[in-house]
Each structure stands twice: as structure tokens, then as C-alpha cells.
Design a protein around this ligand. Structure first.
Ligand SMILES: [Zn+2]
Length: 135
């Protein structure tokens, strides 16, 4: 369960990260904030490229930042966008690598939580390391 102050901090961090999005092509700015088990926040913003397929979503930037710093225990995620959209399929699978259940706050540009969902509901019957044959 997220405390009210944690929710507030997550939303604020996602909104602030959205301000740092690099989206000169789509002009679609997205920010993400991960709440880690130790209470710290790791943020991400979408980073586009002139070679369009190389663009990376805000959620995966946040995951890569956290994991590359040795932090893999996620408690919650907030994603801020114009209307509060949900993570794309690639981001859902990336998140699933580190959490089966993860509360996700979908935040619009005004900072309203338009929806709160669990990762397991966004990615039912998910594939994970548990599905791989053991060696
Ligand atoms: Zn994505």
C-alpha cells in the first residue's frame, strides 16, 4: 500500500521527469518515476532519436537507470503523460522482469491520477523467467 505522501512524491517526480522528455519528433512527452523498496525514487523520460526506432520510453529509461545502479526492487510506478496513458507493451514486459505485481499510477498533465492499475492486470498470462526451462 502506498502512503499518501509516497503517492504525492511519485506523481510529482513523474511530472517533473516529463518536463525533461526529449521528444522533438513526436512532441509526446512522458515522464516516469519508480518508487524503490528503500523509498528512493528513480525517474525516466522518453528519449527520441532521428532514427525513430531507437527512441526509448520513459518507463524503460527509469528501469534501466534503477537496475544499472543495482536496484531491482520496485514498489510502485507513476507515468505522467498528456492524458494519463498506460505503458506500451514493451514497457509492460520490461517491468514484468522485475515485478509480477506493481501498482502503476497513470497521471495526466495536470497531475491527476486518472487510473491506478496493477501490472498483472496490464499484462495477464505474462511470460517470465519462471517459464524458461531450468538448466
Ligand atoms: Zn513503452
Amino acid at each position: 500500500m502506498l502512503r499518501p505522501d509516497e503517492r504525492e512524491a511519485l506523481v510529482a517526480a513523474a511530472l517533473a521527469a516529463r518536463e525533461r522528455a526529449y521528444a522533438p519528433y513526436s512532441h509526446y512527452h512522458v515522464g516516469a518515476a519508480l518508487l524503490l523498496a528503500d523509498g528512493t525514487l528513480v525517474t525516466g523520460a522518453n528519449v527520441e532519436n532521428a532514427v525513430y526506432p531507437l527512441g526509448i520510453c520513459a518507463e524503460r529509461v527509469a528501469v534501466a537507470k534503477a537496475v544499472s545502479e543495482g536496484r531491482r526492487e520496485f514498489r510502485a510506478l507513476a507515468v505522467a503523460s498528456e492524458t494519463g496513458v498506460a505503458p506500451c507493451g514493451a514497457c509492460r514486459q520490461t517491468l514484468r522482469e522485475f515485478a509480477e505485481h506493481l501498482p502503476i499510477l497513470l497521471v495526466d498533465a495536470q497531475g491527476r491520477v486518472v487510473r491506478e492499475v496493477d501490472l498483472a492486470d496490464l499484462l495477464p498470462y505474462s511470460f517470465s523467467a519462471a517459464d524458461l526451462p531450468s538448466t
